[in-house]
Ligand binder design. Sequence first.
Ligand code: XMP
Length: 514
Amino acid sequence: MENHQLILVLDFGGQYNQLIARRVREHNVYCEVKPYHTSLDEIRALRPIGIIFTGGPNSVYEASSPKCDPALFELGIPVLGICYGCQLMAQVLGGEVTAAQDDTAREYGKTKTYYDTSCKLFKGLPGEGISWMSHGDYMAQVPAGFALVGHTDMCPNVAIADETRGFYGVQYHPEVNHTESGTQMLRNFLYEVCGAKGDWTMEDYKRTSIQAIRDKVGAGKVLLALSGGVDSSVAAALLAEAVGKQLTCVFVDHGLMRKNEGDEVEAAFAKWDINFIRVDAEARFLGRLAGVSDPETKRKIIGEEFIRVFEQEGKKIGQVDYLVQGTIYPDVIESGAGDAATIKSHHNVGGLPDFVDFKEIIEPLRLLFKDEVRELGREIGLADYLVMRQPFPGPGLAIRVIGDITKDKLDTLREADFIFRDEIAKAGLERTMDQYFAVLTNMRSVGVMGDGRTYDYTLALRSVTTTDFMTADWARIPHEVLDKVSVRIVNEVKGINRIVYDITSKPPATIEWE
Ligand code: XMP
C-alpha cells in the first residue's frame, strides 16, 4: 500500500512470523512479510520505516543457515531482531554467537526477565516480567556499540540495543501472549523507534479500496464466485459497495452447506443492488459424488464440478471484464523456509482457473489477514453472523460425511451439526473455540431406545482452539454442555444412536476428518 508507512518483516523460517505481522498491524501500522533473501534493492524500493528479523530454526554459526546482506544495516533503517534474528544481527555486526554449553544460557519457556526501562524498547513498561524463550544459542559476545538492556537470572544479554543506530535485539519472543508486555514492546519499536504514525485502519482501507476498484473497473463487468465463506462474502460486499449493478455474484449452492446456510448468504446480499445468481446444483454434485468414498477423490470431484457450474453461469453473462478472487494475505506470503508437504488438496473457491474470458483478476483482500477481513466486513455493514462465521471447507459437508455420501446422510448430519452449534451458542461458548462441527462417521453400532434395539450411526463432535489452523488443540467443552448436545441429538435426529467427542490435537490428527 503505497500511501501507508511500512514495516518489513524478514522471514527466517520461524513459526511465529505471521503472528509478528499481525501484531504490528494491530498497532495500526501496515506490515508485509518477505523471505529473508529479499534483495537490498527491493527493500530499498519498499522504503520501510523499520525492519523486523524473525526467529528461525537454524543456528547462525552453521554455514547453511539463512543470512542477510550486511549492507542492510547501512540503510539507516531501524531493525528489531527476534531470537534467531537477534543472533544474526549480533553476528553480522561483529559479535559472537555459540551453542550454549550448559544451562546457563540455553532457555526455553516462560522466564523471568529484567528490563532497562531507560531503553526506548521498554519505555513506560514494568522493569521485570515473564518472557517466552526458545533458544539453544548464546551471544558469547555482543557487537561493539550495543548495550545490554535485558537479562534473566541465567543469561546477561537477552536484550541488546544500539540506540544510536536504532538496532534492537531480543532473545525471547515479544509477539507471543506468554511474554508479558510483549505487544507494548513491539509498539515501542514502532512508535518510539521507527516513528510510526498509525495510519493503517480498516475504515481507511475500505475507503481507498472502493475508490481504487471504481477507478480500475470503470464501466466494466465484474464476476465473483460467492461461497458463503467470510473471505468471498467480504470481497463481494466491497465490490457491491464499489460498483453495484456492474457486479454479478454467482453463488453455487452445491447442496453440501450447513443447515439454513444458503438462505442466510442470499439474505445478506439482498440490501445491495447487484446481480445475484444462486445456482441450485445439489443434484449435479450428489450425482457425481454417488458411491465415492475416497477423501481426495471427493475433493477433486467437487473442485472440478464447481468450476463447470461456474463456467456455465459465467458464459450466460457474456463478456466479463474482471474476475474477483477472495485471496487473503496468508495465502500470498512466500515463506522463507520452503514449502511444506501437501496433506490435503484444499479446494478453495478463490482458486479458479482461466475458463471465462476476462481482462484481469481483482483480489481486494490480498493484503489482509483474516481478522482484518472480518473487521472490514463489519465496516462495510455485513451481518455479524456472516463476518464471524467459522471457517468452512470448500468441499463442505462432503468431507464430514465419512465414506460415501447420500442426501439422507447429509440431512442427518445437518440436523446434528445444527444442534451442536445451537447448544454452543446457548452456553455462550462460541468465541472460546475457533472451529466446531459434527462429523457423521460411517460406523454403526448397537443401541437401545425405548424397548427396542437400534443399529445406527455414530456421530463425532469436533471442536478446536487454534490461532493459525496449522496446529490446534481440542477444546475443553464443559461436560454438561456435551451432555446436553448428546441427549438432544440422539433424541431429535433419526439415525444416530451414539455420540463421541474427538480429543486429538493437530498434529497428529487434522481438524477435519477427511
Ligand atoms: P485440516 O483438516 O487440514 O484443516 O486440519 C485446516 C483448516 O482448513 C479447512 N479446510 C479447508 N478449507 N478448502 C478450504 O477452503 C478445503 O478443501 C479445506 N479442507 C480443510 C478446515 O476446515 C480447517 O479450518
